[in-house]
Write a protein that binds this ligand. Sequence first.
Ligand code: GLN
Length: 491
Amino acid sequence: MSEELHRLTAHEARDLLSRREVSAIELTRAILDQIAAVDDRIGAYLTVANETALAQAAEEDEAIANGEGGLLAGVPISVKDNMCTKGVHTTCGSLMLENFVPPYDGHVIGRLRDAGAVLIGKTNMDEFAMGSSVEHSAFKPAHNPWALDRVPGGSSGGSAAAIAADEAIIALGSDTGGSIRQPASLCGVVGFKPTYGRVSRYGLVAFGSSLDQIGPITKDVRDCALLLNVISGHDERDATSVPVDVPDFTEALTGDIKGLRVGVVDEYLPDNVDADVRAVAEAAIGELEGLGATVERGLSLPNTKYSLACYYIIAPSEASANLARYDGVKYGYSYQDGDSMWENMDGTRQHGFGDEVKRRIMLGTYALSTGYYDAYYLKALKVRTLLRREFDEAFERFDVLAGLVSPTPAFLLGEKTDNPFEMYLADIFTLPANIAGIPGMSLPAGFVERDGALLPVGLQLLAKPFDEASILRAAHAYEQATNWHNERAPM
Ligand code: GLN
């Protein structure tokens, strides 16, 4: 048993922990052992908090013994390195924050601590969450557990790879344009971007503030619902956090989807994507139909074609404003060899930021500059409204929209690094959910074979704002009827 502890889901672990058949210390050790055994090949972690994790586990064992354990008492979790963790490095994958140790916990971290989750470490990511492969991490690339010569996706690729390689029981990522769903799809795990406003971003390093959301990356749908229960809810410290009721998301896991109205959107399952990948999504949609969902195919959301352009104006514009704070004065890396304050500030940004981040800052500064603001930023906001309306209309007729998460399975390391536009295309199906603020999930739906390796493919499910439950309901029923989530990477 003990050698298999790292393979547990959170709900399985909770059962064993509450029956005292396993201790939080044993479970934490099992995860730390797995990290020690495989992470030099995967590169999922930037920081492993060995000592504090074991100390926290000991506290949780005591709480459990006293009958005071929270919802995630004793469950090891790993968190993307853009969420502030008190006393634990938070680098955001950047040299700019290489030595930053936050003096406070972000909102979700506080919630996790209250629920008793044990913080194992901070996961690798593209610098400032800009990227789709973790190749823009300032420290090291990460590798896909299903094929080590391939990327895990990004920017939350470290979290997705950690779950796929059993280096964490559950994890958190952030999603500005697909950064939870795309790596989840490429690593064969569950990834969920909640509705904009569902989860507070207090203590999340800001990228595109009108797009960023935090969400779960897990081994199965039940864990996803559990983790959503813990992190969701209003928080005054984030002005965009919406004061709406949070349902118990596990109640959506009924196993019954009879009559659920599923729309299949042509733009998310186009004819010109990889045929094998398309076939996986088709089969998954057929399965939902077989389970009693009412499936309508051939739906079109024509404004989808503007999402890439719209995103690459809005996200860099907001990023250029958010990243202005890294001036070498207040915190983070500071270049000191210049002859003036201005030279030091230039040096800080020149050496502290990587190429992709600089590219985004330039794109955003350009789009926001006098004379161009109306032509680019304002225009993008108008397109955003059109996209939202199109989704609103679709959700009058459908509970869930289905399509692909990613047009391809995991690509080779280095395959897209020379061509930023190619990299941007990796998120073509995930960007619209961020632009419209709606919830979206990547659900393991099968595999395709490439160069002798089996590579996971995810099905994307979308729903109207604050209706995460419909997605979870569909995903759970599908998961019960299939076995993809139980396949493990051949480590
Ligand atoms: N890959 C997209 C980008 O580079 C999305 C990133 C994200 O969701 N954080 O901007």
